[in-house]
Write a protein that binds this ligand. Structure first.
Ligand code: ADP
Length: 550
């Protein structure tokens, strides 16, 4: 397996691994959230179980009024009987006869209730008015009226039984005709009032019977009397629990609280505090979302990392391929001039040169040596620059002479390719350059101009001073450089894919070396299209000839 394929497999594996990892963490987070939710619910249920056990044990131990303990939800208010003035009353009745509301407050509430009628907003005021203890006939009249108004809003047997009780309690305070009038009103609203009354009297009798026990036993106790339970607390408050009373209100009997709850006694429930559970659920949901957001950010960073790694990997691969190609082409490039030099030198050494041609042979050896030097210099400069080891030594140099000398070294190659080199080299142009580096730049540009001339017969080299700048131009009429490539042409190992380029020898470092050398000499190099075709390379360096006009 090639190393590239191994790398692809590794990268692919890494991506799949990351995706899998994040998917697993996301689903773990979701599962953890669900578990935490059900844990929270079972914690609440467990706490409720404990509370119920505690209440039941308290009920057994103290025989007390467990119904009144905190956290309980009483749903049979009408069926709870309390000891009131020596008699047992349904708890709601007793409520209505205890002095919880002062007379003036009750009067004010009654007035407000009347003013608000028939709106439902009147109900709370009548409920307040009904809870005051009456003293004279006007108070009784007002209390019973308030109860009737309550009854108009809530068809509740417990209110009906309060009215019955109030009528009985009022004794002589209300006239018999008034009582009969109220009774008639009650019957109109409650056709089964006689059933309620019978059951109420029965319970009152049971309560009265038990009253003796309360007196005798004192202290806390609880007794079951048929379906009813009498519980007396240490505080002396006695409660008679009669589950069936209020059977006319069937809906109330089948009532079960919403949410998590436990039944303490038949029909008596304790419920979990909903707010605490909701709060916990909200906290968990928040935690879950925060977890997801963090994971999403991490996944995005992971994806970025993958993309970064991928890009670096591809870039590295491209560079490696370029380097390999570079080594191959450089070796190839070196071999050609070397074999030419060797061939010509051998022919000369063996005296096999046709007479009169010796000079040509010497010239070829010199030309190829120049070419070899050019290639070797490029490679050496490139390698030094890669290691940051290249140093230039700037000295005032006659660029006119140096440029002409490099151009001269191309004489043979130009002749070979039948290319005419037009020289516009101004005399006495001097600059602060490294002579070797400058020669290498001119060499590389001319070498390329010849290489990529593609049969064109003319190249132009120019050197002039303009506004304090030395401007070197190398123009050819060759294949030109496509715009897309122009941007990268000075980068290392960049070569056009054009057949006309790939068919020519080249390593892709010539222009890169030229650019870096020019920059080391504080100059710039750029390329533009020549007209009608070809390229113009322009090198701009500071002139040593005169004042520089920026
Ligand atoms: P090499 O010539 O060894 O390939 P260079 O760095 O000198 O490397 O040039 C890089 C590329 O720029 C060349 O391969 C070629 O595609 C393009 N190029 C350079 N000079 C010219 C030119 N004068 N005309 C057309 N294309 C050129």
């Amino acid at each position: 397996m090639t190393s590239a394929r191994t790398s692809y497999l590794t990268a692919g594996g890494l991506v799949v691994l990351l995706i899998g990892l994040f998917a697993a963490i996301f689903s773990l987070n979701a599962r953890h959230y669900q578990t935490a939710l059900s844990n929270a619910e079972s914690a609440v249920a467990k706490a409720l179980d404990e509370q119920r056990d505690l209440l039941l044990s308290q009920l057994d131990r103290e025989e007390t009024r467990a119904f009144a303990l905190m956290g309980t939800e009483r749903i049979f208010d009408a069926d709870l009987f309390q000891l009131h003035e020596g008699r047992f009353l349904p708890a709601s009745l007793a409520d209505g006869f205890t002095h919880t509301v002062s007379r003036p407050d009750a009067n004010a509430a009654f007035k407000k209730g009347v003013a608000l009628l028939p709106a439902k907003d009147a109900l709370p005021f009548f409920e307040i008015a009904a809870r005051a203890a009456p003293e004279n006939s006007a108070d009784w009249y007002q209390k019973i009226s308030a109860l009737f108004n309550v009854l108009d809003f809530r068809t509740d047997p417990s209110v009906a039984s309060q009215i019955l009780f109030a009528l009985e309690q009022s004794r002589d305070a209300l006239s018999a005709s008034r009582k009969a009038f109220f009774r008639g009103l009650l019957e109109e609203r409650f056709p089964d009032i006689t059933r309620i009354e019978t059951r109420q009297n029965e319970l009152l009798k049971t309560a009265e019977r038990l009253n003796a026990d309360v007196v005798v036993k004192k202290g806390a106790f609880r007794v079951a009397v048929g379906d009813e339970i009498l519980a007396v607390g240490n505080n002396g408050v006695a409660v008679l629990y009669a589950p069936d009373f209020g059977a006319s209100n069937a809906a109330a009997l089948s009532f079960t609280p919403k949410g998590i709850h436990r039944e303490l006694l038949p029909g008596l429930y304790i419920t979990a505090s909903k707010t605490a559970l909701d709060e916990e659920k909200r906290r968990l949901a928040h935690q879950y979302q925060a977890g997801n957001i963090t994971l999403t950010i991490m996944a995005a960073l992971g994806a970025l990392l993958c993309v970064g790694l991928g890009v670096t990997f591809l870039h590295q691969r491209k560079l490696n391929a370029m380097r390999t190609r570079f080594i191959a082409t450089v070796s190839h490039e070196l071999r050609t001039p070397l074999s030419l030099i060797r061939l010509h030198a051998e022919t000369l050494a063996h005296g096999r040169v046709p007479s009169g041609k010796e000079n040509d042979y010497h010239q070829t050896i010199l030309t190829e040596t120049d070419r070899l030097t050019g290639i070797v210099n490029n490679v050496l400069d490139f390698s030094r620059m890669e290691r940051d080891k290249l140093q230039v030594h700037l000295e005032t140099t006659s660029l006119s002479e140096l440029t002409a000398r490099v151009a001269d070294s191309f004489r043979d190659r130009l002749r070979e390719d039948q290319i005419e080199l037009e020289r516009n080299i101004a005399a006495d142009v001097s600059g602060l350059v490294d002579p070797l580096a400058y020669s290498q730049v001119v060499f590389n540009l001319l070498d390329n101009a010849i290489k990529y001339s593609d049969g064109a017969k003319s190249i132009r080299i120019g050197l002039e001073v303009s506004n304090g700048w030395n401007i070197l131009t190398v123009e050819d009429q060759g294949i030109g450089i496509p715009n897309k490539l122009k941007k990268h042409v000075f980068n290392e190992f960049v070569r056009s894919d054009d057949r006309k380029v790939t068919a020519r020898r080249g390593s892709g470092i010539g222009l890169n070396v030229a650019k870096r050398l020019v920059e080391k000499m504080n100059g710039t190099i750029e390329v533009a299209d020549n007209k009608p075709k070809g390229s113009i390379f322009t090198v701009i360096l500071k002139s040593a000839n005169g004042k520089i006009m920026e």
